[in-house]
Design a binder for this molecule. Structure first.
Ligand code: TYD
Length: 138
């Protein structure tokens, strides 16, 4: 597992049970996730060249997984930006609070599963990058 110093994000390596019939990865309370799961959503049929995300969260924690295909996650903590490519169903990207994220470069047929620590709450979002910067730097 790669842990990035001073960056509230890290790769998570999940279990992978392989046999001649294929592979299986499971996540459950206390196994594989650094928070109690409250919500699941997924992105799919993303057209080539489209960008998702482009927002930040005050308190939400998420884990993103490329269930199929690949995409890039650009994370910005207000002073540094890093790009992560997700393309393995048994690898997740943990993203902590106060990180601006954009998802780009979706391959054809890519499916992005997002596991979230809280139910949907629009008031937790930063939709404006300048507001996010102000808050994260204060
Ligand atoms: P949006 O935040 O733009 O998606 P993304 O992070 O992929 O760019 O959300 C698109 C719409 O879906 C928006 O109207 C809010 C709604 N939505 C929900 O109702 N519940 C959810 O859990 C999420 C993530 C989004």
């Amino acid at each position: 597992m790669e842990i990035l110093e001073n960056f509230n994000a890290k790769y998570l390596e999940f279990n992978k049970i392989t046999d001649p019939r294929g592979c299986l990865t499971y996540l459950q309370k206390g196994v594989g996730l650094p928070f109690d799961l409250q919500r699941v959503y997924y992105l799919y049929d993303v057209p080539g060249g489209a960008e998702r995300g482009a927002h930040g969260h005050r308190s939400l924690e998420q884990v993103m997984i490329a269930l199929s295909g690949s995409f890039d996650v650009i994370l910005d903590n207000g002073s540094e930006e890093k790009k992560f490519t997700l393309n393995l169903p048994n690898r997740g990207l943990y993203v902590g609070p106060m990180m601006w994220r954009s998802l780009t470069n979706f391959s054809s047929g890519a499916v992005c599963l997002v596991l979230a620590s809280q139910p949907y709450d629009e008031s937790d979002y930063f939709r404006d990058y300048d507001n996010f910067l102000k808050e994260v730097r204060s």
